[in-house]
Each structure stands twice: as structure tokens, then as C-alpha cells.
Write a protein that binds this ligand. Structure first.
Ligand SMILES: *Cc1c(COP(=O)(O)O)cnc(C)c1O
Length: 499
């Protein structure tokens, strides 16, 4: 299987090369040259398998340059019982016949980013051996909270790789900050930036784009790479859990083999839901992929009108991991939906860069709408939904999951479709203890409450134990206290690596 850029050109790599590079030379994203398919009996056979075996069955179709042993080694390192607190890795909770919740937050950092960021470092490490790359890879991350911690946990102590995470000094929750500054591992660095998330992200992009600085780093044996969802190695592990959820539904009798289901996905960068699109293209019986947004509803508008317009107000919401106006992975969908028309994709991306918007036209919009449906929830609707789910099912959902739940209801009301829904649950409620508690208790002023008191209160209400790693933060030793100006990020990287 070979990978080429969504924006065309001759660059053509096997998966190991695409994973090390992260992004194509011409700024496009790597996509597989063709999408493999599984027939009905191969899909049915997944029901009898463990999550790790299901992962192998899917990954081997895309990562054809990895040997069976190598791939199984990577999978066993990523999805093991020291790292996931549920042996099914991505358990499916069937709340009633119509509503099934796929919990993707049983990994070490309690958010769905672990599903990919536990495997990506393993794949990258093997890729370095397979390609004979001798440089030290330096992963630079700017985070608004979840990605930073998940990347640190995934890459800690991985040979030949260092990771540096920049987070906005005042832009992350207290739980998220403590998760990062107490990170263990000999190859990790965490730095606070005086500024907001955009400042941190711009700083990282500037470092990537500074050729002379990259040459200095290369001279010292370093090569920069990325751990965000533009990397194919972060996308491909996510295809697995769509198949896994389906296999579980067949196994527990919720559906018969071959029946269709809808997936509802809380969406930011379009990475998670795009993995669902690949699953559908591979033959998984998916009727609709339902894209759920918060007030930053740029994707709702796009999927309804065909116009992507990022020139709009940015809202900070109670589902912060979806506060995003540029959904990078949409580029991959546009490539596939136009049957690989890379010139067209490149021209839309140029429009986005130059004018802040693009319009895909009616024909492409129609093709997209045959698969996707979109809606959004305001914060108030999200809070109300957290309470409703709790009152109806005694189930505690985090705000991102509640956004999806709300949109799932809107879809049913507007379409009358009775296909069963799988709602992707992307974070543990404990990660957003303050928002969840205030939704459940109608208390508006929890802001000054101690984090660990709130964890305990939430445990009492939900009846599920606080994830050990979060509870242990109370006594964690702080390793990283460095704070830099937003103009000093490159200097900080230089001091770390070159001395
Ligand atoms: C990252 C994230 C999302 C958005 O996922 P995308 O792949 O960016 O669409 C949703 N919920 C949570 C909790 C996340 O951390």
C-alpha cells in the first residue's frame, strides 16, 4: 500500500515513510492510494476476536510494509492492561435498543486521544528501524489540553524520539496542567507559554517552517515531526474501533450481521469521524456518519451548504477539545469524495489560505450528504443533555459526549430514521469534572472548588471510581516549571537540544 499527497505531486511513500514524515512536502496530507475492503464474512469474524486481534485485522490492510510480528508487537505494547483500565479497551455500553455509547477514554490519560497516541509512538519507532533513519526524532506539540498529555504518555521513554509539549499558561484546566507538569519519562519536556493556545500553535508552526533553524537541528542529528491528527499514523488506529463497536453489537445481539448502524461523533479536527468514513468505505455497514459540533459550528455549516468559512467568531465552550475553526482532516475527505482530484483539493486549500473560505459546489456537497449529516449544540443544550442522560439512564457523560447525544436526538427528530445509534464518547467525565458537576447539580459557581474535592463528588454521583491516574495527581511531584514568552519558543527548543 502506497501513500500520496492530497494535493498531488510525485511523492509516494510506504506507510513507515508517511508516518515519520507526518505531512507531505507540498503541504498536503498522506492518503492511501486505494481503500482496502473487508467482505461480510471477514467483518462477521471480528465478533469472536479480542480488540488487539481486531486491530491487527484492520491495520494489516493499510500498513502492508510492517511484518506481522512487528505489527502485533506494536499493538500489544499499545493496548495492554497496564495502560487501559478495561480489558475490552473500547467497551460499548448499550443504554437501550437505540443508543449505544462507545467509550474511548479507558486509556492512561482518560481521553480518546489515547486510542491513537498509544499506538503512534510504537509505529514510529518501528518505522525508524525499518527505514534505517538515524536521526533523533523530535516531536513538537502545541496543546489545548488533551493531545499534549496523551502524546507525552505515548512517547515517554520511546527510543530515538524526544517530545516537547507547549501549553498555554492560563489556557488549560487544572487537572490537565497537573497531568502534564508531573509527566514521567527521560525524553520528555513540558513548557508553559505566556499566551493562549493560538500563540503556542503559531510558535510551533513557525519552528517547523524555519528552514535555517531546521538545518541547525539536522546538523546536530535531530529531525522534527508531528503527533497531531494530520499524521496517518494517528488516523489509522481510529478505524479499528468502528469495526470493534459493530462486532460487539453483533455479538451482544443488538443487531444482526449486515444490519446498518449510524455513528454520532463529537468533532473538532475531523480526524475521528474521518476514520468512520474509511470504515464505511472498507465495507462496514454504516448508514450515516453524524457530525456533532459545539457553538464553533463551522462544520455544521459546511456539511449543510458546501461552504467552508473560517472567518467567524471563536467561542470558548465547555467542550474545549472541539473549539476549533480549521478542521484539517476534511482535506482527506475532499480528496476521496472527488475520486482523488488533487488539483481541485489543492485549489480549495489555496482558497482557504488566501480568503478564509472555499465552496465545493452542489455536486460534491450532494455526494458528501449521502454519507454525512451535521448538527451542533450550544453550551446550555450540552449541560441540559448531561443532566437528561443522567436522569434517564444513570449514566454520566462528559460534555463532548453530550454534544453528540444532543445532535443524535436532533437527527432522529428531523429525519425519522430509526437506525440504531452508536455515540462516540471521547472523554471521561472526570476530565471535565467542573462542567459535569455543575450540569448535574445546577450549581453555577463551582469555579473555586478544589479539583480533588470535585473528583470525589463526581464519583459519588456517578458511582464509577475516579481513574487512578487522575486521583494520584494529588500527590504527584511537579517536574516541569519552565515558563517562556511566546517569542522565546524556538530559543527554548534550541537550548534543550543544542545547548
Ligand atoms: C480531540 C477531541 C475531540 C475531537 O476529535 P477530532 O478528531 O479532532 O474531530 C472530541 N472530544 C475530545 C474529548 C477530544 O479530546
Amino acid at each position: 500500500m502506497n501513500y500520496s499527497s492530497t494535493r498531488g505531486g510525485d511523492e509516494c511513500l510506504v506507510s513507515a515513510g508517511a508516518i515519520i514524515a507526518g505531512i507531505a512536502n507540498n503541504g498536503g496530507l498522506f492518503v492511501p492510494k486505494q481503500i482496502p475492503t473487508l467482505n461480510q464474512s471477514a467483518i462477521e469474524a471480528l465478533s469472536a476476536l479480542s480488540y488487539q486481534e481486531r486491530a491487527y485485522a484492520i491495520l494489516k490492510e493499510f500498513l502492508t510494509d510492517y511484518s506481522e510480528d512487528d505489527l502485533n508487537f506494536c499493538i500489544s505494547q499499545a493496548y495492554c492492561s497496564d495502560k487501559f483500565d478495561d480489558e475490552s479497551i473500547a467497551p460499548l455500553q448499550s443504554l437501550d435498543d437505540h443508543n449505544h455509547v462507545l467509550e474511548l477514554w479507558h486509556g492512561p490519560t482518560s481521553a480518546f486521544k489515547d486510542m491513537a497516541l498509544q499506538l503512534l509512538p510504537q509505529l514510529m519507532s518501528k518505522a525508524l528501524k525499518m527505514t534505517g533513519e538515524t536521526a533523533q526524532i523530535v516531536i513538537l506539540v502545541a496543546t489545548s489540553g488533551d493531545t499534549g498529555k496523551a502524546a507525552l504518555e505515548g512517547f515517554k521513554n520511546v527510543d530515538q524520539i524526544k517530545i516537547v509539549v507547549f501549553y498555554p499558561n492560563d489556557g488549560v484546566s487544572e487537572i490537565q496542567r497537573m497531568q502534564m507538569v508531573s509527566q514521567s519519562g527521560s525524553n520528555v519536556t513540558v513548557v508553559a507559554v505566556k499566551g493562549n493556545f493560538d500563540d503556542a500553535q503559531t510558535g510551533v508552526k513557525n519552528i517547523f517552517n524555519n528552514d535555517s533553524f531546521n538545518q541547525v537541528l539536522n546538523g546536530h542529528g535531530y529531525q522534527l515531526s508531528s503527533a497531531n491528527s494530520i499524521n496517518w499514523g494517528r488516523l489509522v488506529p481510529q478505524i479499528v474501533y468502528y469495526f470493534s463497536a459493530y462486532a460487539d453489537m453483533v455479538q451482544n445481539g443488538a443487531i444482526a450481521a449486515g444490519d446498518k448502524v449510524n455513528f454520532v461523533v463529537p468533532t473538532g479536527n475531523f480526524g475521528n469521524i474521518l476514520a468512520g468514513y474509511y470504515a464505511k468505505q472498507m465495507g462496514l455497514p454504516i448508514n450515516r456518519l453524524i457530525c456533532a459540533s459545539n457553538s464553533n459550528n463551522v462544520l455544521t455549516e459546511f456539511l449543510q451548504t458546501g461552504i467552508y468559512n473560517r472567518k467567524r467568531e471563536f467561542y470558548r465552550t465547555i467542550s474545549p477539545s472541539m473549539d476549533i475553526l480549521i478542521s484539517s482532516n476534511l482535506e482527506r475527505l475532499l480528496y476521496h469524495i472527488t475520486n482523488g482530484n488533487s488539483a481541485q483539493v489543492a485549489s480549495w486549500m489555496a482558497d482557504l489560505q488566501a480568503h478564509g473560505q472555499y465552496d465545493v459546489g452542489n455536486q460534491v456537497l450532494k455526494a458528501i450528504q449521502e454519507v454525512f449529516w451535521a448538527g451542533f449544540a450550544h453550551d446550555e443544550q450540552t449541560s441540559r443533555t448531561i443532566k437528561e442522560i443522567y436522569d434517564t439512564y444513570h449514566y454520566t457523560a462528559d460534555p463532548h459526549t453530550a454534544v453528540a447525544w444532543h445532535v443524535s436526538n436532533c437527527y432522529r427528530k428531523q429525519t425519522g430514521d430509526t437506525t440504531p445509534h452508536v455515540i462516540l464518547s471521547t472523554a471521561s467525565p472526570y476530565k471535565f469534572n467542573c462542567s459535569v458537576l455543575s450540569a448535574l447539580t445546577d450549581e453555577k459557581s463551582l469555579m473555586d472548588r478544589n479539583e480533588f474535592v470535585m473528583l470525589e463528588e463526581l464519583a459519588e454521583l456517578s458511582g464509577i471510581p475516579v481513574p487512578t491516574a487522575l486521583a494520584e495527581l494529588k500527590n504527584a511531584v511537579i517536574r516541569f516549571t519552565q515558563v517562556c514568552e511566546k517569542t522565546e519558543m524556538e530559543q527554548t527548543v534550541k537550548q534543550l537540544l543544542v545547548k
